[in-house]
Every structure is written in C-alpha cells, then in structure tokens.
Design a protein around this ligand. Structure first.
Ligand code: SF4
Length: 263
C-alpha cells in the first residue's frame, strides 16, 4: 500500500489488489512488476506472492482511515479488472469508493472489455474517475469500451506512448494524460506523436496533461513540451465530477500534489 504518491496526476495510491499479468506492448517494462519483486524481497506483507494477482480484503477500509480528502489512484500495482480478480471483490472496491466519498478515486485499466462487461453491475458515483490505458493505435478500442461505461468522468492515460495514435475519437473523454516510458530499456517517444494528441485535445477542448518525456533519466528529460508545462485537469462542473479546474497551461506553473510517494 502507498499512502502518498509522486505520480504527477494523483496524491495517494491505494492497492486493494496487487499483481498482474502482461497483456499488451505497453506492459513490457511494467513498473508494478519491478516494484512487486523488490517489495517481496524486502518482506512486505502485501507482496508475499510477488507479482501474482492477490486481493487484500484488509486494505478495503484504508480510504476510511484517511480523514483528509485526497485524489487516490486505485491499484497502481495491479489492474482492478484483471480476469483473476473476482467480480464480488471489484464490486466491494466500488462500494468503498461510493461510500467514502470525501475522496476522488482514479481507476485505470487495460482490461477495458471486462470493465465494459461489469459496468452495469457496478455502483458508479461522481467521485470515481475511470480511465483506460492506450499505448498505440492498435489499442484505441479501449476508448470505445470506456465510452460505453457508466463512469461520470472518463479519462485516458497514454503512457507509454509508443507510436502515433492518428485521429482520436475524444467524444465523452474528459481528460487525456500523455507520458513517455521511463526506466531501464525505456522506448523512445517522438515529439510529433505528443503534439498530434495535444492539438486534438485543444481542438476538442479536452484537458491535456503531459506527464513526462521519460527515458532512462526521466528527471533530466523533464516534462516541458515546447517550453510549456501542460497540467490541465478535468473541470469541476463537468457532470458534477471532480473539483479541479482546467488550467491554462500557458499562464500557470506546474500543478503538483502536496505529498510524496512511499510505496
Ligand atoms: S496491465 Fe499494468 S500492471 Fe498489469 S502488467 Fe500491464 S502495465 Fe503492469
């Protein structure tokens, strides 16, 4: 579990599930896998199974213990919609998110087909931000699945961006995050792929967040895109979900969460 985060677009992480299996090109250098084995070696009780999919019912009450409202990334160390996570457990997670509603929750999946299948049976509340990861043009169908769910606020994390996405269908998409891969063996990201996405976000007035260039030394590479920090967030008045305002990236400094990551 991680009660703080330095992921640029969230404030804390909550991992009622850990472990996953790789399913598409974006998974190749999975950060969660690396961390899981490291934490297992350190004897962390949540990672006794390493990177095997494991549910942690004892973690379900964690958001209740956080009295101050936070932006919480759900399952940074797994994929909530993994086929080995029982539907009943996913529904438990949604019940917690709907009940402890002082927080906003950001859930992100690559298993968009299972997300769509379960959507009618999930308790969607306005504080749940649902996202899919798309790494290249062959995974754009995940956006179509997301669009058909009951989530009030829908977003896409395009990280690691591995190629041009071409024309995007941004209908009903409330937020776009883009980032390059970081860490050992990081695959390069071209500026024109990022600009292509940013320009479509500008055209369709969708908040755009540029997370990082990535690379082996991601701090050095930074997160300026043609000299500008793009930190836009979803609007508070959009379907009543969220309370951040879209930021004018040309006039505002970088948005940063107030807390630091400890996995
Ligand atoms: S879906 Fe996410 S957590 Fe699972 S293997 Fe792929 S990158 Fe890792």
């Amino acid at each position: 579990m991680a009660d703080h985060s330095d992921i640029e677009w969230t404030e804390a992480t909550w991992n009622p599930v850990t472990g996953c299996t790789k399913m598409s090109l974006g998974c190749r250098h999975c950060y969660a896998e690396r961390m899981a084995y490291r934490l297992q070696a350190m004897g962390n009780s949540s990672y006794l199974n390493g990177f095997q999919v494991t549910t942690h019912p004892r973690m379900l009450d964690r958001p209740m213990q956080w009295k101050t409202p936070r932006m919480i990334f759900v399952n940074s160390m797994s994929d909530l919609f993994h086929e080995e996570v029982p539907e009943s457990f996913i529904r438990d997670v949604f019940t917690v998110m709907g009940t402890i509603d002082r927080h906003r929750y950001q859930a992100l999946t690559k298993r968009s087909d299972r997300l769509l299948e379960l959507s009618p049976r999930l308790r969607w509340t306005p504080n749940i931000w649902m996202g899919v990861t798309v790494e290249n043009a062959s995974q754009l169908h995940r956006l179509d699945h997301l669009r058909r769910t009951g989530a009030a606020l829908k977003f896409v994390s395009i990280e690691p961006l591995l190629g041009s996405l071409g024309t995007l269908d941004l209908r009903d998409i409330d937020w776009v995050i883009v980032g390059g891969e970081s860490g050992p063996g990081a695959r390069p990201m071209e500026e024109r792929w990022v600009l292509e996405i940013r320009d479509q976000c500008l055209t369709h007035r969708v908040p755009f967040f540029f997370k990082q260039w990535g690379g082996v030394r991601k701090k050095k590479a930074g997160r300026l895109l043609q000299g500008v920090t793009w930190d836009e967030m979803p609007r508070s008045d959009r379907k009543g979900a969220g309370s951040f305002h879209a930021i004018d990236a040309h006039s505002r400094p970088s948005w940063r969460p107030s807390v630091i990551e400890r996995v």
